[in-house]
Design a protein around this ligand. Sequence first.
Ligand SMILES: [Zn+2]
Length: 427
Amino acid sequence: MLEAITSAFAPMFYLISPYDLALREDEQQPRYLDTYLPMFFVFMIIEAVATKFLTYRQSKATSHTNYFTPDTFASVFLGTSQSIFMLFLKRLGVEISSSVYAYIWQNYRLVTYDVKEWPLATYFGLLLGVDCAYYWYHRGAHEFHALWAGHNVHHSGDTYNLATALRQGAIQPLTSSWLTHIPLALIFPPAPHKAHHELNTLYMFWVHTELVGRLGPLEYVMNTPMAHRMHHRAPGNCNYAGVFIIWDRLFGTYEAELVRKDSYGLAAPATSFSILQLNLRHWQIMQNIPRSWLGRLFSRRVKAKWFCRPSALFEPIPPQQGDKRPEGYSQAHAKDKLGRDVPLSFRLRMYIIIASAVGILASFVMLLTGASMQLSRFLPLLAICFGHLEVMSKLFTNPSKNLHMSLSMFVLLLVAMPLHLMNGSVA
Ligand SMILES: [Zn+2]
């Protein structure tokens, strides 16, 4: 039983046999991210309950969970809207990441080999290669304004929990999935590369938690919750690792968490939960850079030196020196963020939870069925699903101003989805 459970979760920690990842191009591609999507929500519930229980044991008066309803829904909405945007582009025939990689491999590869004959070389080459590519993309996403415009959305939440892993910018995959992977396409075929790329992304889910402290010797090699917390604490221009922290230690961007704190997010915190505003926010900020738009796109926001120091891999990690987390901080801070200290009424809170959950479910149905739907049916449904998520996220920011609009969009969604499902089943 225990073995069945651990093997079921193994892909979430990149624990897959090299032989299972030696995939030929004509073999069925595993879909790790889609498969484990429901587990994200299970783990989020476990984390919320565990935090409440642990803080209750410390102090019954200030027991709390680090999940704040609007913040959590905003994270899920942002992840969902990224998938919606990618499906929208796919339906228009734009699929940059897999197309660029496959094109380079088909036309410019340096070697042709059978992955079944070289499973270990393929595994270790892609395990390290994909992770190194992620490090340099992620570092670039913090150092260059154009890439930060897509990536800053991931850093816009000021709570830190597993839901933060789902908080993603809509345009980020346009740059993250291929830019630094081009050298790999000269050697490794697309099928095993895609599997490793998904596992690399999947691994990063579990490091978004405050529940896990230091992990001993693993801290020297692996990206861990301790290392990644520093990445989400402003200014956060450190610990860019995906799976292995060795890249940060090697290239001089490693910072150990010396004092536990629970302040996270952007140096200039976002003032809205709106998924549109969060996605457009840095483009607006970039207007203030005194250069042409081309110059702004290539201008750097972090000027860290690029160097490589292998001896740094063996330097000791300093021990934790303190803990400055005030009790009950997360809830109070999340409310202060928007200057709203008046609690929402029970009815409004229930509406937010139900309408948000229905919006997420409807979007998932649209994402599952949208790839094969007629464009004339797909586009209106996409607009309704995204419109509902956007209006809900504005409702979190200003309930009194956006309630009527939100109710209208919710009714539209409740009418459109059954019609879509009925038409789908008839067809
Ligand atoms: Zn980042």
